[in-house]
Design a protein around this ligand. Structure first.
Ligand SMILES: [Zn+2]
Length: 61
């Protein structure tokens, strides 16, 4: 199941969520509950720069 990254346009929080069959539905912000979320493009294919992602707390198992 693909994981998409979203950014809340209200509070600026970024979060990841699993998108299943209802991928047309935007997930609300887990922080403030706003539905003004925008799907962010993953940076998997951005050249050959291999920098570490240092955003957010490292807590995902
Ligand atoms: Zn928010």
């Amino acid at each position: 199941m693909p994981i998409f990254e979203f950014e809340c346009k209200k509070c600026g929080k970024t979060f990841e969520t699993l998108m299943g069959s209802n991928e047309k539905e935007k997930p609300p912000c887990p922080d403030c509950g706003s539905k003004k979320t925008k799907r962010m493009l993953s940076a998997f294919s951005s050249g050959s720069s291999n920098h570490n992602t240092s955003c957010g707390p490292a807590g995902s198992a």
